[in-house]
Design a protein around this ligand. Structure first.
Ligand code: ZN
Length: 311
Protein backbone atom coordinates (compact mmCIF):
# COMPACT_ATOMS: atom_id res chain seq x y z
CA UNK A 1 0.00 0.00 0.00
CA UNK A 2 1.31 3.43 -0.84
CA UNK A 3 0.12 6.94 -1.51
CA UNK A 4 -1.79 9.52 0.45
CA UNK A 5 -4.15 8.15 3.13
CA UNK A 6 -5.87 11.46 3.97
CA UNK A 7 -5.41 15.20 4.01
CA UNK A 8 -6.49 17.18 7.09
CA UNK A 9 -7.24 20.89 6.93
CA UNK A 10 -8.56 23.69 9.14
CA UNK A 11 -11.97 25.23 8.58
CA UNK A 12 -13.82 28.11 10.23
CA UNK A 13 -17.56 27.56 10.49
CA UNK A 14 -18.53 23.88 10.81
CA UNK A 15 -21.90 24.15 9.04
CA UNK A 16 -20.51 25.95 6.01
CA UNK A 17 -17.81 23.32 5.73
CA UNK A 18 -20.34 20.48 6.07
CA UNK A 19 -22.66 21.97 3.44
CA UNK A 20 -19.89 22.69 0.96
CA UNK A 21 -18.31 19.24 1.01
CA UNK A 22 -21.53 17.21 1.17
CA UNK A 23 -23.82 19.39 -0.97
CA UNK A 24 -21.58 21.20 -3.46
CA UNK A 25 -18.83 18.60 -3.92
CA UNK A 26 -21.07 15.64 -3.10
CA UNK A 27 -18.55 13.78 -0.96
CA UNK A 28 -19.83 11.26 1.53
CA UNK A 29 -19.75 12.32 5.17
CA UNK A 30 -18.06 9.22 6.52
CA UNK A 31 -17.50 10.19 10.14
CA UNK A 32 -18.82 12.75 12.57
CA UNK A 33 -16.51 12.79 15.55
CA UNK A 34 -14.53 15.25 17.66
CA UNK A 35 -10.92 16.31 17.66
CA UNK A 36 -9.51 13.75 20.13
CA UNK A 37 -7.02 16.38 21.36
CA UNK A 38 -9.69 19.14 21.61
CA UNK A 39 -13.02 17.31 22.18
CA UNK A 40 -15.19 20.46 22.27
CA UNK A 41 -14.68 20.78 18.51
CA UNK A 42 -15.67 18.56 15.61
CA UNK A 43 -13.49 16.43 13.41
CA UNK A 44 -15.22 15.82 10.08
CA UNK A 45 -14.25 13.12 7.61
CA UNK A 46 -15.36 13.16 3.96
CA UNK A 47 -14.60 10.50 1.38
CA UNK A 48 -16.07 7.81 -0.83
CA UNK A 49 -18.77 5.34 0.25
CA UNK A 50 -16.57 3.52 2.75
CA UNK A 51 -14.02 6.26 3.45
CA UNK A 52 -11.32 4.33 1.58
CA UNK A 53 -7.72 5.43 2.08
CA UNK A 54 -6.83 7.88 -0.69
CA UNK A 55 -10.32 9.43 -0.78
CA UNK A 56 -10.38 11.05 2.65
CA UNK A 57 -10.33 14.77 3.35
CA UNK A 58 -10.80 15.73 6.99
CA UNK A 59 -11.35 19.04 8.79
CA UNK A 60 -10.97 20.57 12.19
CA UNK A 61 -13.65 23.28 12.11
CA UNK A 62 -12.61 26.00 14.55
CA UNK A 63 -15.24 28.74 14.69
CA UNK A 64 -13.58 32.13 14.36
CA UNK A 65 -10.21 30.72 13.28
CA UNK A 66 -8.14 33.43 11.61
CA UNK A 67 -7.51 32.79 7.91
CA UNK A 68 -4.23 31.08 7.08
CA UNK A 69 -1.66 32.56 4.78
CA UNK A 70 -0.09 30.58 1.96
CA UNK A 71 3.68 30.22 1.83
CA UNK A 72 6.53 27.76 2.01
CA UNK A 73 6.42 24.72 4.25
CA UNK A 74 2.81 23.96 3.49
CA UNK A 75 0.50 22.16 1.09
CA UNK A 76 -0.46 24.81 -1.43
CA UNK A 77 -3.27 22.91 -3.12
CA UNK A 78 -5.26 19.72 -2.70
CA UNK A 79 -6.68 18.13 -5.86
CA UNK A 80 -9.47 15.61 -6.43
CA UNK A 81 -9.82 13.19 -9.34
CA UNK A 82 -12.87 13.35 -11.59
CA UNK A 83 -13.47 11.72 -14.98
CA UNK A 84 -11.99 14.00 -17.70
CA UNK A 85 -15.43 14.25 -19.33
CA UNK A 86 -16.94 15.58 -16.07
CA UNK A 87 -14.99 18.86 -15.99
CA UNK A 88 -17.63 20.72 -18.04
CA UNK A 89 -20.30 19.58 -15.59
CA UNK A 90 -18.25 20.91 -12.66
CA UNK A 91 -17.42 24.24 -14.31
CA UNK A 92 -21.15 24.79 -14.88
CA UNK A 93 -21.99 23.68 -11.34
CA UNK A 94 -19.47 26.12 -9.85
CA UNK A 95 -20.93 28.95 -11.93
CA UNK A 96 -24.50 28.10 -10.90
CA UNK A 97 -23.61 27.84 -7.22
CA UNK A 98 -21.36 30.89 -7.16
CA UNK A 99 -18.24 28.90 -6.18
CA UNK A 100 -15.01 30.85 -6.71
CA UNK A 101 -13.00 29.07 -9.41
CA UNK A 102 -10.30 29.70 -11.97
CA UNK A 103 -10.01 28.92 -15.66
CA UNK A 104 -9.18 25.42 -16.89
CA UNK A 105 -5.44 24.90 -17.07
CA UNK A 106 -3.07 22.12 -18.14
CA UNK A 107 -0.58 20.53 -15.76
CA UNK A 108 1.50 17.54 -16.74
CA UNK A 109 -0.88 17.02 -19.65
CA UNK A 110 -3.96 16.85 -17.42
CA UNK A 111 -6.85 19.34 -17.39
CA UNK A 112 -7.17 21.05 -14.03
CA UNK A 113 -10.03 23.21 -12.70
CA UNK A 114 -8.90 25.22 -9.64
CA UNK A 115 -11.45 26.43 -7.07
CA UNK A 116 -11.70 27.37 -3.41
CA UNK A 117 -13.88 26.30 -0.50
CA UNK A 118 -15.74 28.74 1.84
CA UNK A 119 -12.55 29.29 3.89
CA UNK A 120 -10.47 30.02 0.80
CA UNK A 121 -8.79 26.61 0.82
CA UNK A 122 -7.09 26.04 -2.50
CA UNK A 123 -8.58 23.00 -4.26
CA UNK A 124 -8.67 21.62 -7.79
CA UNK A 125 -10.44 19.02 -9.87
CA UNK A 126 -8.15 17.04 -12.15
CA UNK A 127 -9.83 15.45 -15.17
CA UNK A 128 -8.57 11.88 -15.49
CA UNK A 129 -9.01 10.05 -18.79
CA UNK A 130 -10.90 6.82 -18.06
CA UNK A 131 -11.93 8.13 -14.63
CA UNK A 132 -15.51 7.11 -15.39
CA UNK A 133 -14.37 3.48 -14.98
CA UNK A 134 -13.20 4.12 -11.41
CA UNK A 135 -15.80 3.67 -8.70
CA UNK A 136 -17.54 6.77 -7.44
CA UNK A 137 -20.18 7.49 -4.82
CA UNK A 138 -23.19 9.69 -5.53
CA UNK A 139 -25.17 11.66 -2.96
CA UNK A 140 -28.19 11.09 -5.22
CA UNK A 141 -27.98 14.54 -6.79
CA UNK A 142 -24.72 14.49 -8.76
CA UNK A 143 -24.77 11.77 -11.46
CA UNK A 144 -22.21 9.06 -10.66
CA UNK A 145 -20.47 9.61 -14.01
CA UNK A 146 -19.39 13.05 -12.75
CA UNK A 147 -18.66 12.47 -9.07
CA UNK A 148 -15.29 12.88 -7.37
CA UNK A 149 -13.34 9.61 -7.33
CA UNK A 150 -10.91 10.48 -4.57
CA UNK A 151 -7.86 12.58 -3.88
CA UNK A 152 -5.61 13.07 -6.90
CA UNK A 153 -2.75 14.58 -4.94
CA UNK A 154 -1.29 17.57 -3.18
CA UNK A 155 1.13 20.32 -4.18
CA UNK A 156 3.70 21.25 -1.56
CA UNK A 157 5.32 24.68 -1.71
CA UNK A 158 8.86 24.25 -0.44
CA UNK A 159 11.96 26.36 -0.22
CA UNK A 160 14.03 23.32 -1.14
CA UNK A 161 12.79 20.02 -2.59
CA UNK A 162 15.64 17.56 -2.08
CA UNK A 163 15.21 16.38 1.53
CA UNK A 164 11.44 16.05 1.18
CA UNK A 165 11.83 14.24 -2.14
CA UNK A 166 14.17 11.76 -0.46
CA UNK A 167 11.48 10.89 2.11
CA UNK A 168 8.78 10.52 -0.53
CA UNK A 169 10.92 8.14 -2.58
CA UNK A 170 12.76 6.26 0.17
CA UNK A 171 10.03 5.91 2.80
CA UNK A 172 6.70 6.27 0.96
CA UNK A 173 7.54 4.48 -2.31
CA UNK A 174 6.96 7.43 -4.64
CA UNK A 175 9.14 7.88 -7.72
CA UNK A 176 9.94 11.06 -9.59
CA UNK A 177 7.71 10.97 -12.65
CA UNK A 178 8.13 14.33 -14.42
CA UNK A 179 9.18 17.96 -14.14
CA UNK A 180 7.33 21.01 -15.41
CA UNK A 181 8.79 24.43 -14.67
CA UNK A 182 9.60 24.55 -10.95
CA UNK A 183 7.29 21.63 -10.16
CA UNK A 184 8.51 18.07 -9.65
CA UNK A 185 5.86 15.36 -9.83
CA UNK A 186 6.13 12.23 -7.69
CA UNK A 187 3.85 9.24 -8.21
CA UNK A 188 3.24 5.89 -6.58
CA UNK A 189 2.73 2.62 -8.39
CA UNK A 190 -0.19 1.99 -6.05
CA UNK A 191 -3.86 2.82 -6.50
CA UNK A 192 -4.78 5.91 -8.49
CA UNK A 193 -6.35 7.69 -5.52
CA UNK A 194 -3.80 9.62 -3.49
CA UNK A 195 -1.01 8.73 -5.89
CA UNK A 196 0.50 12.15 -6.67
CA UNK A 197 2.66 14.61 -4.74
CA UNK A 198 3.90 17.68 -6.60
CA UNK A 199 6.71 19.72 -5.09
CA UNK A 200 6.77 23.33 -6.18
CA UNK A 201 10.25 24.54 -5.26
CA UNK A 202 10.27 28.29 -4.82
CA UNK A 203 12.90 30.37 -3.07
CA UNK A 204 12.20 33.59 -1.26
CA UNK A 205 8.56 33.11 -0.26
CA UNK A 206 7.46 33.81 3.29
CA UNK A 207 6.73 30.75 5.38
CA UNK A 208 3.05 29.79 5.48
CA UNK A 209 0.95 30.66 8.51
CA UNK A 210 -1.63 28.08 9.48
CA UNK A 211 -5.27 29.06 9.87
CA UNK A 212 -8.70 28.54 8.33
CA UNK A 213 -8.30 27.27 4.78
CA UNK A 214 -4.84 25.75 5.44
CA UNK A 215 -3.82 22.13 5.27
CA UNK A 216 -2.90 20.94 8.76
CA UNK A 217 -1.13 17.72 7.75
CA UNK A 218 -0.87 15.07 5.06
CA UNK A 219 -1.10 11.40 5.96
CA UNK A 220 0.55 8.64 3.95
CA UNK A 221 -0.59 5.03 3.93
CA UNK A 222 0.86 2.11 5.84
CA UNK A 223 -0.83 -1.28 5.44
CA UNK A 224 -0.59 -2.15 9.12
CA UNK A 225 1.35 -1.48 12.33
CA UNK A 226 4.43 -3.40 11.19
CA UNK A 227 4.59 -1.43 7.95
CA UNK A 228 4.23 1.79 9.88
CA UNK A 229 6.95 0.85 12.37
CA UNK A 230 9.34 0.04 9.51
CA UNK A 231 8.67 3.45 7.93
CA UNK A 232 9.17 5.24 11.25
CA UNK A 233 12.46 3.41 11.76
CA UNK A 234 13.65 4.44 8.29
CA UNK A 235 12.87 8.07 9.16
CA UNK A 236 15.05 7.79 12.25
CA UNK A 237 17.93 5.82 10.78
CA UNK A 238 18.17 7.20 7.26
CA UNK A 239 16.73 10.70 7.56
CA UNK A 240 17.65 11.72 11.11
CA UNK A 241 14.03 12.50 12.01
CA UNK A 242 12.18 11.84 15.23
CA UNK A 243 8.61 10.65 14.61
CA UNK A 244 6.09 10.60 17.50
CA UNK A 245 4.92 7.44 19.16
CA UNK A 246 1.82 5.75 17.76
CA UNK A 247 -1.53 7.42 18.51
CA UNK A 248 -4.82 5.54 18.21
CA UNK A 249 -7.24 7.56 16.06
CA UNK A 250 -9.95 4.85 16.25
CA UNK A 251 -10.22 4.52 12.44
CA UNK A 252 -6.46 4.24 11.85
CA UNK A 253 -3.32 4.45 13.95
CA UNK A 254 -0.99 7.39 13.45
CA UNK A 255 2.61 8.47 13.73
CA UNK A 256 3.54 12.10 13.00
CA UNK A 257 6.69 13.92 12.01
CA UNK A 258 7.66 17.32 10.64
CA UNK A 259 9.34 16.73 7.28
CA UNK A 260 12.47 18.80 6.49
CA UNK A 261 10.53 21.23 4.27
CA UNK A 262 8.28 22.15 7.22
CA UNK A 263 5.07 20.25 6.39
CA UNK A 264 3.51 18.04 9.07
CA UNK A 265 3.37 14.48 7.75
CA UNK A 266 1.57 11.49 9.26
CA UNK A 267 1.80 7.79 8.61
CA UNK A 268 -1.68 6.28 8.97
CA UNK A 269 -2.58 2.60 8.89
CA UNK A 270 -5.24 1.36 6.45
CA UNK A 271 -6.73 -0.61 9.34
CA UNK A 272 -9.23 -0.76 10.98
CA UNK A 273 -11.20 1.73 8.82
CA UNK A 274 -14.42 3.69 9.31
CA UNK A 275 -16.80 0.74 9.71
CA UNK A 276 -15.20 -0.14 13.04
CA UNK A 277 -17.89 1.67 15.08
CA UNK A 278 -20.91 1.96 12.76
CA UNK A 279 -22.13 0.17 9.60
CA UNK A 280 -21.05 1.49 6.17
CA UNK A 281 -24.73 2.10 5.32
CA UNK A 282 -25.12 4.71 8.07
CA UNK A 283 -21.62 6.24 8.22
CA UNK A 284 -21.60 9.81 9.46
CA UNK A 285 -25.14 9.87 10.87
CA UNK A 286 -24.36 9.64 14.59
CA UNK A 287 -21.73 11.47 16.62
CA UNK A 288 -19.05 8.87 17.31
CA UNK A 289 -16.72 9.27 20.27
CA UNK A 290 -13.67 7.26 21.29
CA UNK A 291 -14.24 5.21 24.46
CA UNK A 292 -12.18 7.59 26.61
CA UNK A 293 -14.61 10.43 25.78
CA UNK A 294 -17.87 8.46 25.89
CA UNK A 295 -18.40 9.43 29.56
CA UNK A 296 -18.46 13.10 28.51
CA UNK A 297 -20.93 12.68 25.63
CA UNK A 298 -23.59 14.99 27.12
CA UNK A 299 -21.20 17.94 27.65
CA UNK A 300 -19.61 17.40 24.25
CA UNK A 301 -22.95 17.25 22.41
CA UNK A 302 -24.07 20.41 24.19
CA UNK A 303 -21.23 22.51 22.73
CA UNK A 304 -21.20 21.15 19.16
CA UNK A 305 -23.39 22.98 16.61
CA UNK A 306 -26.11 20.78 15.05
CA UNK A 307 -25.68 19.79 11.39
CA UNK A 308 -28.20 19.29 8.61
CA UNK A 309 -29.27 15.89 7.38
CA UNK A 310 -26.54 13.61 6.06
CA UNK A 311 -26.95 12.59 2.40
ZN1 ZN B 1 -4.38 12.78 10.12
Amino acid sequence: MSGIHHVTAIAGNALKNFDFYTQVLGLRFVKKTVNFDDPGTYHFYYGDEAGSPGTILTFFPWEGAAPGRGGTGQAQQTAFRVPARALGYWATRFLEKGIAHGALEKRFGESVLPFTDPDGMSLALVGVPGGENESGWSNGEIPTEHTIRGIHGVTLLLDSAAATAAILTNVFAFTEAAREGSVIRFKTKGPANGGVVDIYEAKGFLPARQGAGSVHHIAFRAGDDADQAAMAQKLVKEHGLLPTGQKDRNYFRSVYFREPGGVLFEIATDIPGFAVDEPVASLGEALKLPSFLEGHRKEIEAVLPPLGKVA
